[in-house]
Design a protein around this ligand. Structure first.
Ligand code: ADP
Length: 302
């Protein structure tokens, strides 16, 4: 039976343009290609876990608009079961993203501040059937409620602790079974520059496990106070947009399948590395077969 993951947080629509270079002054830039595809940490994590073989639900809210309807349709195409509320009068989140040849990005993101944060409609009774929950920082009330309930029920939980401009991580990290940071987010959370010192400081705030993604360098985590490392896979990366979201989705699925942190980190490194070899954010999510094939190789950056 497939492992079951419930992912909770944000779902948006991205329009991603491939351009030669980020302009330094106002101008018109002609893109080489353009992809319109869903984004958002929880939603891309859900699409990843589903594509890699999990049975996955996404709990999210979008606007009551055509973009919101398209976001939901596309999630279904990835095999995700949407538990998504179309907020009356609300507008869906959208981003326009330019990715240059050197991988640099320019992003314009819109998130409707009026998008209702109510969590009363969430089907909390469904949590009992989950093997793991994955939450992001973009719908804090829902993530807090789900993390509390997961803790109470003994369900593993993964927090995608990415960089935000607020301090919501302070509330959610202590509740997480696995708090997995990006390096900029870990630095902001702890004030420590080195990833090792950052994890040691983050562990003081978290009763669960703490880890950090290091881009091409892979994944670092603490095991009973000892630093452990799984190197990234050596690939030629052309688009790292969504790499962190793919990592977290694959990591949550591996935990749902009962793997330990090293196995989950290695599996997630492989899935995220493959994503980086393809343009278009979530469009680059690999299949299980592709991921397993890369795992058989030792092409790491160590
Ligand atoms: P984010 O996308 O959130 O900034 P990272 O840059 O740390 O997060 O990337 C997340 C994961 O994606 C890494 O831990 C690694 O597994 C994979 N990854 C990112 N960039 C590369 C790369 N250039 N080569 C191989 N793997 C990569």
């Amino acid at each position: 039976m497939a492992a079951r993951v419930i992912s909770v947080g944000i779902a948006v629509m991205d329009r991603i343009f491939a351009i030669d270079a980020i302009p330094t002054e106002p101008t018109k830039v002609f893109a080489r290609s353009c992809t319109e595809i869903g984004g958002g940490p929880a939603a891309t994590g859900a699409a990843t876990a589903s594509h890699l073989g999990g049975e996955v639900e996404l709990w999210a809210r979008v606007g009551d608009d055509p973009i919101g309807r398209r976001i939901v349709e596309e999630l279904k195409e990835w095999g995700v079961v949407p538990q998504v509320r179309h907020v009356p009068g609300g507008r869906s989140g959208v981003s326009s993203i330019a990715v240059a040849n050197d991988g640099e990005r320019l992003i314009f993101a819109f998130a409707d501040p009026a998008l209702d944060t109510d969590t009363a409609w969430l089907p909390m009774e469904r949590l009992a059937s989950a093997d793991c929950v994955l939450v992001d920082l973009r719908w804090p009330k829902a993530s807090e409620r789900v993390l509390h309930e997961a803790q109470r029920k003994g369900i593993p939980s993964v927090l995608d602790a990415d960089l935000t401009t607020d301090d919501i991580a302070r509330t959610l990290v202590p509740l997480a079974g696995y708090a997995i940071f990006s390096l900029p987010a870990l630095r902001r959370f702890t004030g420590q520059t080195s990833p090792g010192d950052g994890l040691t400081a983050a562990q003081r705030a978290c009763k669960g496990r703490v880890g950090v993604t290091l881009g091409a360098e892979g994944f670092l985590w603490l095991d009973a106070g000892r630093l452990e490392h799984e190197p990234g896979f050596a690939v030629s990366a052309i688009d790292t947009l969504g790499a962190g979201d793919v990592f977290h989705g694959a990591f949550a699925l591996a935990i749902a399948e009962g793997r330990d942190m090293r196995q989950a980190g290695r599996f997630a490194n492989a899935a995220a590395a493959l994503k980086c070899t393809r343009f278009g954010g979530r469009a680059g999510i690999p299949t299980r077969e592709e991921t397993e094939a890369l795992l058989q190789t030792s092409r790491t950056t160590a």
